[in-house]
Design a protein around this ligand. Structure first.
Ligand code: ARG
Length: 466
């Protein structure tokens, strides 16, 4: 039957040597149309470029090429309007489209598959899809970076505690903390750009695995499809999926960055920290506790990371034992990538919204920055600089000052000059200039340091780089 739906008949696309059709279970395990229909636009674009090349090389007639192009255009609008009937018996998107083309234009449809195989066809479609997804990711990361740059600029001198081990360490600025994420997402974006460059080679024309004897022009199809050049080895072309693995690795690293940020947002928005307030648009209430405002979006970003990492491991595991060239195992590449792409897009979009909308509670950050003896290092550095102590001795003296402040239940800046001089006679009232959190951050002017002057330089550097 023309639509391949007859149970007993063998598959019309490859069934020449088969007496009967597949068992129901075979059909179910074999079919990918349920998910690879997502590749319809890439498949049609690839077929149009292939047909145009075949005609220009005299492999098919110009009339057949016109019929094929017209038929493919019809199919495109059928799929986009929702009237196209996908059939599981036709396995995948490639054969669904080709079978429909045969119904629409007759025998000319059978000439489209000259000098190609589904192996290079799927490699092409999927690569086009991943490349477009990476281009989208690049734009989304740019928007996230822009949101962070704005927050960093507004908060270049907003003092907050910097943490190690989640214990107060030294005062930093919120602007500096935001710029740490700009660096992370900037590297993610650089990885995306690099991956696009890597995969910018056209697979079509590799055929089943060995290339073809037809006088095809792979440079022509590569150019028509927006690739830099054709791939150079037909076996590699149909057998590797490293472009998909690269996408998943980049997605996993980026999701890990997003997840750490999500974790910080969860912590910062607790009443105990109270560093930020999330907008209503990115939080939810509790059905039982009226006072609650939950950071659900951040929590879900954190959770999506598990899913994305899982996809990377799944595809690495699918690929690791496959002999060259194509094996059907590789059909399992798509769902992992589609799912990870959807999760990553959502996570970046949600995070961009949260960062844009969040309210920074400068008073709470300032109060927390001053507690926990966060300027102890500044006192030690002052003793080295002004009293000539070796750093190790200064560390010890400062430890004594912290112990005294702890005993008195006050901050270092609240100790009197007499008390400090009792700990070390070299201390004078100049020390109070470094014990405040503002003085502490302002002094850290080393390249990449937390001083507002330095943070502003780094913001300017990134602004010139978007
Ligand atoms: N649906 C298949 C896939 O996704 C297309 C390639 C099939 N090739 C083959 N030799 N059976 O990998």
């Amino acid at each position: 039957m023309a639509d391949g739906t007859d149970q007993k008949s063998s598959n019309q696309m490859w069934g020449g040597r088969f007496a009967s059709g597949p068992s129901a279970i075979m059909e179910e395990i074999n079919a990918s149309i349920g998910f690879d229909k997502k590749l319809y636009a890439q498949d049609i674009r690839g077929s149009m470029a292939h047909a145009a090349m075949l005609a220009s090389k005299g492999i098919i007639s110009p009339e057949d090429k016109d019929k094929i192009t017209e038929g493919l255009n019809t199919i495109l609008s059928e799929i986009e309007s929702g009237s196209f009937e996908f059939s599981r018996k036709l396995e995948d998107i490639h054969m669904n489209i080709e079978a429909r083309l045969a119904t629409l234009i007759g025998p000319a449809a059978g000439r489209l598959h000259t000098a190609r195989s589904r192996n290079d066809q799927v490699a092409l479609d999927f690569r086009l899809w991943v490349k477009e997804e990476l281009q989208k990711t690049e734009g989304m990361l740019t928007a996230l970076i822009a949101a962070f740059l704005d927050r960093a600029e507004e908060n270049a001198d907003t003092v907050m505690p910097g943490f190690t081990h989640l214990q107060t360490a030294q005062p930093v600025t919120f602007g500096h903390h935001c710029m740490a994420y700009v660096e992370m997402f900037g590297r993610d974006r650089a990885r995306v750009r690099h991956a696009i460059e890597h995969m910018d080679e056209s697979p079509i024309g590799a055929a089943a695995l060995a290339g073809t004897g037809y006088p095809i022009d792979r440079h022509m199809t590569a150019k028509a499809l927006g690739f830099r050049e054709p791939t150079r080895n037909s076996i590699d072309t149909v057998s590797d999926r490293d472009f998909a693995l690269e996408f998943l690795s980049i997605a996993s690293i980026c999701a890990t960055h997003l997840s750490r940020l999500a974790e910080e947002i969860v912590i910062w928005s607790t009443p105990q920290f109270g560093f930020i307030r999330l907008s209503d648009a990115f939080s939810t209430g509790s059905s039982i506790m009226p006072q609650k405002k939950n950071p659900d979006a951040a929590e879900l970003v954190r959770a999506k990371t598990g899913r994305i990492n899982g996809s990377l491991i799944a595809l690495l595991t699918v690929m690791k034992g496959l002999p060259l060239a194509y094996s059907k195992d590789m059909q399992e590449d798509k769902e992992q990538v589609f799912d990870a792409a959807e999760s990553l897009e959502l996570a970046i979009a949600a995070m961009t919204g949260m960062i844009r909308d969040l309210e920074v509670r400068k008073d709470r950050m300032r109060a927390a920055a001053g507690s926990g003896y966060s300027t102890a290092t500044d006192l030690a550095d002052w003793l080295v600089r002004e009293a000539g102590l070796p750093f190790r001795d200064a560390h010890h003296v400062t430890g004594n000052a912290v112990a005294l402040a702890e005993k008195k239940g006050c901050d270092l800046a609240d100790l009197s000059l007499e008390e400090l001089q009792a700990i070390h006679p070299g201390i004078n009232k100049g020390v109070f200039d470094v014990l405040s959190v503002e003085a502490s951050v302002a002094s850290r002017t080393s390249f990449g340091g937390t001083a507002p002057s330095e943070v502003k330089k780094q913001i300017a550097w990134w602004r010139g780089r978007n």
